[in-house]
Design a protein around this ligand. Sequence first.
Ligand SMILES: Cc1cc2nc3c(=O)[nH]c(=O)nc-3n(C[C@H](O)[C@H](O)[C@H](O)COP(=O)(O)OP(=O)(O)OC[C@H]3O[C@@H](n4cnc5c(N)ncnc54)[C@H](O)[C@@H]3O)c2cc1C
Length: 558
Amino acid sequence: MAKAKKVKVRTGKRYRPGRADDHYDAIVVGSGIGGLTNAALLSLLGKKVCVLEQHYTAGGYTHAYEREGFEWDVGVHYIGEVHKPSTMKRMFDVISEGRLKWAPMDEVYDKIILKDKEFHFVAGRENFINELSKHFPEDRQMITDYVQLIRKISSETPKFFAGQAMPKWMSKCYNLIRPFLVSKEFFKNTREVLEGMTQNQELISVLTGQWGNYGQTPRDASFLMHALIAKHYLAGGAYPVGGAADIARTIIPTIQKSGGEVFTYADVEEIIVENNVAKGVRMADGSEIFADTVFTNAGFMNTIEKLLPEASKKKHNVESWKKNLYRSSAHLGIYAGFNGTSEELGLSNANLWIYPDGDHEKNLDAYRKDPNAEFPLVYISFPSSKDPDWENRFPGKSTVEIVTPAQMEWFEKWDGTEWQQRGEDYEAFKKDLSDRLMEKLFERHPQLRDKLVYSELSTPLSTNWYQKNSGGEMLALDHFVERFKESCLHPQMPIKNLYLTGSDAMTAGVGGALMGGVMSTMCLLGLKNGKQVMALFKNYQEPKQEAKPEDGTKTEAA
Ligand SMILES: Cc1cc2nc3c(=O)[nH]c(=O)nc-3n(C[C@H](O)[C@H](O)[C@H](O)COP(=O)(O)OP(=O)(O)OC[C@H]3O[C@@H](n4cnc5c(N)ncnc54)[C@H](O)[C@@H]3O)c2cc1C
């Protein structure tokens, strides 16, 4: 058997008060892809940026972790548009200076399973239409129109979000004329739009079969969010070569180049505000770090509830900001490791979306009331099959991840207890959920049953612990239509020099949060200097030679 290439999965530098400077051009609270994007772009423009991450590793939901000789990603199962020339790929190229590489998935990237029927999403517009038309021959025209519509919505998105890069006062004026600049579907929910195109409920269930990517069923999700995700993956999916941790690992050197750093174990307790101006942050250990600008990548709700000083909360009546905003659903996650390569185990790299039937709303509503009800969605990913570098690092092994929605309320009674010390009733509840989820995997892949080496289940309490998301939310704020009308979700917060970044400044998803980082950086720089960010993308040239990460965390020993 080949010798494993050793790679440290943790990224970032451990925080100690003496290791950080007293003052930076900018501080970013949280090292999710949104925050890393701010830091990298500002660093490329010569600014010294300090990223402060409370977890033991950088990357937010793009981090990976290791246990029992396996490695799993947490919130990166596949990304669209990065395996071909596109704006998204160029943005990743710029912030990682070409170090981040992508591996395209196979042509069939998603399999939608409604009870005993299976439908494939095949990469490429024509392939997508042709494949679904085999199942719905009478709806071929509708499927074609649908693909046309999601492409149109996607192409109008820059107009829809343009205000996020403007000063807030201007954005408020712009958003008044916005309905006249974009299609009416931006302001409708997904079911409303699709039922306006077809009466075929099974087809609607299939077309919305990726709803887990935005965490809401077609009744609740804005069509904008649905269209962005569906279009994002229309040309197929891709996975970071070297695993999800390579996202942070390849961006960190860009930040370090201008004297900045990404610190882990760096828990920010409060944003320091004086006379309504953000001055820096106070760490949980009491030390203080100052900066001209503070970005918060910790999520809108977490920022206004936990990071703003009491006086600022009162002054701005932050409770009133929450009126139309809701934390997204929590989730359960299985992380499983098996003996055998993907090839030996006969695993393809397509994601499975398993539904009891096509009634997404009914199934989710029933399960939310009772965790013993049938899972409304079981999503299964095969990360080791997606990463061409996996076999070099973990020869002879494979991994599987399973995700299903969950409610924080089910776990609240154990909130505040320590990991692995939550008691027998917690373990029994977890075991039951875990066994039911594993059974879903074995129903599809019985050959895995006796190859299982290790599995564990994460709950909303785990998410709260490693992400500090109090509601266990997996996708920051929900994407109801009303959310996109809320002026408080603008990068420029009412406290001077404080900026919101990441998912809540744009949308959830790695691509959405990255765009949040781009828009908030442009917003900070202002109308004139914001163009410097566009220039970074425009002037980017592919590195001549294959570049390797330089932050010292990559290869420890061969
Ligand atoms: C199970 C799962 C699967 C997913 N799959 C995909 C996928 O396949 N494709 C895709 O595009 N998207 C996927 N997503 C969504 C995607 O990962 C996220 O939307 C995106 O990464 C969020 O980025 P962000 O910049 O908003 O911040 P986050 O990644 O949420 O990072 C915020 C960071 O802030 C830190 N923080 C919070 N409070 C503090 C504090 N007080 N001090 C210091 N640090 C703090 C947190 O620890 C965290 O690291 C998935 C998400 C989940 C949960």
